[in-house]
Write a protein that binds this ligand. Structure first.
Ligand SMILES: [Zn+2]
Ligand SMILES: [Zn+2]
Ligand SMILES: [Zn+2]
Length: 104
């Protein structure tokens, strides 16, 4: 099962949010369609707060949700290591849950 979401990275516009790419190439996450597919069940990405953007400030898509703003997750167990924040050392994704904030 997959669910269609508005692309978080470009907020559904299909354009690169940072104008790094030409207008023709469009958003690298949704390929300019403004929509992304995420496997169900899905949860909003805690690592980027659902923005789809890398929280470290780089002008690239979030490395956890790949810019989609949502992650596939099959469990509701809060990760013990990051306490559900998805963040590990130096602002990198938590090693245990891979930045999703939940574990199996
Ligand atoms: Zn997009
Ligand atoms: Zn994310
Ligand atoms: Zn974790």
């Amino acid at each position: 099962m997959t669910k269609i979401f508005k692309c978080a990275y470009c907020i559904g516009t299909g354009q690169d949010p940072f104008d790094l790419l030409s207008a023709i190439s469009g958003c690298q996450v949704c390929k300019g369609t403004g929509q992304v597919k995420v496997k169900e069940p899905s949860i909003s990405c805690v690592f980027c707060s659902g923005t789809g953007k890398n929280p470290l400030g780089a002008r690239v898509p979030c490395i956890v949700c790949h810019g989609k703003g949502n992650n596939y997750n099959e469990s509701n167990n809060i990760c013990n290591l990051c306490k559900g924040t998805g963040k590990g050392k130096d602002g990198l994704p938590c090693l245990l849950c891979k930045g999703i904030g939940l574990n199996k």
